[in-house]
Design a protein around this ligand. Structure first.
Ligand code: ATP
Length: 320
């Protein structure tokens, strides 16, 4: 039953089962494949943004090492589990001590390892040492810099970069075709743009767009994902650069209030597009500087609308 439910979710249904099916990350996959071939797995640290295949790679390794027995020999834990490091440690201990069905070691995948405090990471390091004979750890995090050195030095570190647009597009087409979804090419482009390298986001958006019962087009995708079209962002910036602050502010207001976009997402989109706009280099550099400032202030809790308006105002003032 539970499995049938998971199959309704396309990101699960189309999660690659083997290392070969993982899209992108060719170097990472080939190094992982050689560990599996030699049945000699070190502890691993996977670092990179969400939805790029870290969990998928860990489960693919387990499937390849243990075949049909993979579920009994693979434990997935989330480090940010609110019950804390003690519960995580207890579960690791129980799993590592249970009897082994003929394998030398089991694999524990610890997601969001960077959510652990340094004290909790030190405790984890001791646990890793305690079970180094019969457990291999795969730790997953967004930023390896958040992982304490003694853990990093005990792991082979792999970087999962955001996925390339071509890779996302290809996979999205594959899923759409397998599900018999009608789509347009501009719909795929919009999915790729909205996903920004995150395959989970692309496939989830595809499923949500397909659920409308209409063809997956640019319009449906931008509406569903609360993403501004690149042209809208460019229009807003161009207005500011031309000194038309009132018009730029109205475009911003429309994105925030009518379309319901989050200020942080607009900053991200601006950041991605700066070098694609038709701007003189000096203007692009100035804009980048303002984006950095607004991003920092928003992250510190400042009002998003005020920060974005201030960004546009400073660009508009420079045009004079
Ligand atoms: N490289 C990839 N190739 C094919 N599909 C992928 C890839 N990366 C992600 N996916 C798809 O996106 C879904 C989510 O990926 P996964 O759980 O591996 O992400 P993650 O990197 O572990 O993210 P998080 O850090 O949020 O846990 C998968 O179920 C799969 O459908």
């Amino acid at each position: 039953m539970a499995d049938a439910g998971r199959q309704d979710i396309w990101v699960e249904k189309y999660r690659p089962e083997t290392l070969d099916d993982i899209v992108g990350h060719e170097d990472v996959v080939s190094r992982l494949r050689s560990y599996v071939a030699e049945d000699d797995l070190p502890n691993l640290l996977f670092a990179g943004p969400a939805g790029t295949g870290k969990t998928t790679a860990a489960t693919a390794i387990a499937r390849e090492l243990y075949g049909d027995d993979w579920r009994e020999n693979f434990l997935e834990l989330n480090a940010s589990d609110e019950r804390g490091i003690d519960v995580v440690r207890d579960r690791i201990k129980n799993f590592a001590r249970a009897s082994f069905g003929g394998y030398d070691y089991r694999v524990i995948f610890l997601d969001e390892a960077d959510a652990l405090t340094s004290d909790a990471q030190s405790a984890l390091r001791r646990t890793m040492e305690q079970f180094s004979n019969n457990v291999r750890f795969v730790l997953s995090c967004n930023y390896s810099s958040q992982i304490i050195d003694p853990i990093q030095s005990r792991c082979a570190v792999f970087r999962f970069a955001g996925l390339k647009d071509d890779a996302v597009a290809e996979r999205v087409r594959h899923v759409a075709e397998a599900e018999g979804v009608d789509y347009t090419e501009d719909g795929v482009d919009a999915l790729v743009y909205a996903a920004d390298g995150d395959m989970r986001r692309a496939i989830n958006a595809l499923q949500a767009a397909a659920a409308t019962g209409e063809a997956v087009t640019e319009e449906t995708v931008y509406a569903i994902t609360s993403t501004a079209r690149p042209e809208e962002i460019e229009e807003m910036v161009t207005e500011a650069i031309d000194g038309e602050f009132v018009a730029a502010r109205a475009t911003l207001d429309d994105l925030l209030t009518e379309r319901g976009l989050a200020g942080g997402d607009i900053i991200d989109q601006l950041h991605r597009s700066v070098w694609e706009f038709d701007l003189a280099e000096r203007q692009a550099v100035r804009l980048m500087d303002r984006i950095g400032e607004a991003d920092y202030r928003i992250a510190e809790g400042a009002n998003e609308q005020v920060q974005l308006e201030a960004l546009l105002a400073s660009v508009a003032l420079e045009s004079e």
